[in-house]
Design a protein around this ligand. Structure first.
Ligand code: FES
Length: 297
């Protein structure tokens, strides 16, 4: 079994730390929590992915829900380790105090920054009087606007898909350009078996926005042909923009969940996969076309 976990420590720590929630029926999280012991050896791949803190001088906003805190926690460690002078907003949504992971750790890290703003939302519990930074309920577009987030901030968002869709919309409405809103989904969409159980609810269509000028990409099962644009990042991103049913999990070339038959054409890997898939197949999560491509999707 292969799993992807975010690093949750500073990149300078000299060790890797992951933080794994014990899911009641999780095979791997159960194994980690009950069978793995200090000193045991495990096979791991080197860290990979593109959800990383950018250098620069723009304000930073780290927004997470639940266990989505882990990759932005790594960023917060990095910022605290260097006493970064940029203004930092830490916005986190949890069900209640008992489910608020890393509460003390993040509070202490934020205290090390010269210009930090902490806003915690509990959806199922009222704040205590000594916690002025805690609000009951979910943040809305208007409450988010009141936090004073500058429109030139770099935002890093991690949480369930619906949460990120909501917040991405709020932030765009607030005036943040989409390229400043960096996202990381920590959970897979329900697996969809292309062409067998078309449960997406929306018929596949051309992607929104101006058409690309690259080679034509055909999703043969879905009957969509559309020109490639590098704005999509990967063939999987393009497929999702067209509401093509897809399957994925890690989105970084590790798990092979997204493996897809390529009917014709050629691709290049934007992130080298851990292991190449079989001949005649591609990992759409981390590839871009170099020629016209027909995919069995
Ligand atoms: S989604 Fe894991 S390899 Fe593509």
């Amino acid at each position: 079994m292969v799993r992807s976990y975010s690093l949750s420590s500073a990149p300078t720590a000299g060790a890797y730390r992951i933080s794994v929630k014990h899911e009641p029926h999780g095979k791997v999280s159960g194994y980690i929590h009950t069978a793995l012991h200090p000193g045991d050896l495990v096979d791991i791949a080197s860290p990979r992915g593109t959800f990383v803190l950018e250098e620069g001088s723009r304000p930073i906003v780290l927004i997470s829900a639940g266990i989505g805190a882990t990759p932005v926690l790594a960023m917060l460690h990095r910022l605290a380790a260097t006493r970064d002078p940029r203004p930092v907003w830490w916005i986190h949504i949890a069900h209640d105090r008992a489910h608020h992971a890393f509460a003390d750790e993040t509070h202490a890290l934020l205290a090390q920054l010269p210009d930090a703003h902490e806003h915690i939302y509990y959806t199922g519990e009222a704040p205590r009087p000594d916690e002025p930074y805690v609000t009951q309920g979910r943040p809305s577009a208007s409450s988010l606007a009141r936090l004073g987030i500058p429109a030139d901030a770099d935002v890093y968002l991690c949480g369930p898909t619906a949460f990120m869709d909501h917040f991405g919309g709020f932030l765009r409405d607030h005036g943040l350009p989409p390229e400043r809103i960096h996202t990381e989904q920590f959970s897979a969409l329900p697996a969809i078996n292309p062409g067998v159980t078309p449960t997406a609810g929306v018929r596949p269509h051309q992607p929104p926005g101006p058409p690309g000028t690259g080679p034509l990409i055909t999703f043969s099962r879905s009957g969509v042909t559309t020109p490639w644009s590098p704005a999509h990042g990967s063939l999987l991103d393009l497929a999702e923009a067209c509401h093509i049913p897809t399957r994925w999990s890690c989105r970084t070339g590790v798990c092979h969940t997204c493996v897809t038959h390529i009917v014709s054409g050629d691709i290049t890997y934007t992130t080298p996969p851990l292991e190449l898939p079989e001949a005649g197949t591609v990992l759409v999560c981390c590839s871009a076309p170099t020629t016209e491509v027909v995919l069995d999707l």
